[in-house]
Write a protein that binds this ligand. Structure first.
Ligand SMILES: [Mn+2]
Length: 236
């Protein structure tokens, strides 16, 4: 990972939207963006990771990551692609998790994906009109956001453990922990699927299984509500 935390200043031109796990359903994601009037000339889209596996269009992640308006944190599925590539997990484990697209590739064919995933941050900090929002794939494994990012900044084993938890942990929902994360307006995560957008204090779960026949949630970072068409004038 080139950097563990990537910071974005407020988008003063348009909206900042956040989408949950995509899992190879980029065509369906595009329809969801069209439905909320996403404008790539001024809006930005942030992904909570798990762009790949399970769905039919995992390969499209490279085109999307090439867009200046599309940014993502690393999910456990991008992580597994890298681990498989480095011989750390067997093909069977990746296959079981919907990663056949990666197994079917030669080392050279897989390299562009692995390189792109290695560049993804573990956490994104997004400045909004009403305060800083943290984006991680699964959870912020600290009661304070700054404690989490400080651990990531330490590097070594401390950062590796924090990163692993950020990509995999379901502890907050398993224990129905409503203590939230201090020092940020909200933390937006995916990984744990819910039928509709769900919050535990200021931690917002937006993986509403758009990849599994349900609807994607496109969260507006300014309002922390599901995005809608920009304004009534749109219909004019
Ligand atoms: Mn996940």
């Amino acid at each position: 990972m080139s950097q563990f935390v990537q910071r974005f200043t407020r988008n003063t031109f348009g909206r900042d939207l956040i989408v949950g796990d995509i899992h190879g359903h980029f065509s369906k994601l595009q329809l969801a963006l069209d439905a909320v009037g996403f404008d790539p000339a001024k809006d930005r889209l942030f992904s909570v990771g798990d762009m790949v596996d399970r769905g039919p269009e995992s390969e499209s992640c490279l085109e999307w990551l090439a867009h200046p308006w599309f940014n993502a944190v690393c999910g456990n599925h991008e992580r597994m692609t890298m681990e498989y590539h480095m011989g750390m997990i067997p093909a069977g484990m990746l296959a079981m998790n919907g990663g056949a697209w990666a197994i079917g590739k030669t080392v050279d064919e897989r390299l562009p994906y692995v390189d792109a995933f290695a560049d993804l941050p573990v956490a994104i900090e997004l400045e909004t009109e009403h305060g800083l929002i943290g984006i991680v794939h699964a959870d912020c494994p600290s009661p304070e956001w700054s404690q989490f990012t400080a651990r990531l900044a330490m590097g070594g084993d401390v950062a590796a453990v924090a990163a692993e938890a950020a990509m995999w942990s379901r502890a907050r929902c398993d224990f129905i922990d409503s203590s939230g994360v201090k020092g940020v307006r909200a933390v937006v995560v995916g990984h744990t699927p819910f039928k509709k957008m769900t919050s535990l204090d200021n931690v917002i779960y937006i993986d509403t299984m758009g990849w599994k026949g349900h609807d994607f949630t496109i969260l507006d970072a300014a309002t922390l509500r599901a995005a809608d068409k920009p304004s009534a004038l749109f219909w004019g």
